[in-house]
Design a protein around this ligand. Structure first.
Ligand code: FES
Length: 139
């Protein structure tokens, strides 16, 4: 087994090899795209929002296996959450749900948090009447 495989646990490998929610959402309600300055990886998250809740989420990631696994897990975790709940989303949830990431790869989970929050901000900008502005301001 190569060193690459020993770096990651089986949950991370599963989300890397069989990513959930990959792709775009046609006419998404909010889209966030961010890049990691340190490594150049890019992550995009698209959201479908119904009645203040995340009804669906998709991602496209140009980057390492850890970034793909983090975006896959993040999109799984946020489905069904309210906007308010999603604005409190933390990268630690991704790390915990993946069963841990190597310390040098923690920033890939931070990228997922940033992409999600960028998508929520995009939603709020496009739908100001539907979003709760005080909630966004406190995020
Ligand atoms: S190497 Fe930076 S997120 Fe993948």
């Amino acid at each position: 087994m190569s060193d690459t495989y020993t770096l990651y646990n089986s949950t991370v490998m599963d989300h890397f090899m069989n990513p959930r929610n990959m792709g775009d959402l046609k006419d998404a309600d909010g889209v966030g795209e961010v890049g990691a300055a340190a490594c150049g990886d890019i992550m995009k998250i698209s959201l479908r929002i119904h009645d203040g809740r995340i009804a669906d989420a998709r991602f496209k990631t140009f980057g390492c296996g850890s970034a793909i696994a983090s975006s896959s897990m993040a999109t799984e975790l946020i489905k069904g959450r309210t906007i308010e709940e999603a604005l409190k989303f933390s990268n630690q949830e991704v790390v915990d749900a993946l069963g841990g990431l190597p310390p040098v790869k923690i920033h890939s989970s931070e990228l997922a948090e940033e992409a999600l929050k960028a998508a929520l901000e995009d939603y709020v900008k496009k739908h100001p009447a539907k979003a709760e502005q005080p909630v966004l301001a406190s995020a």
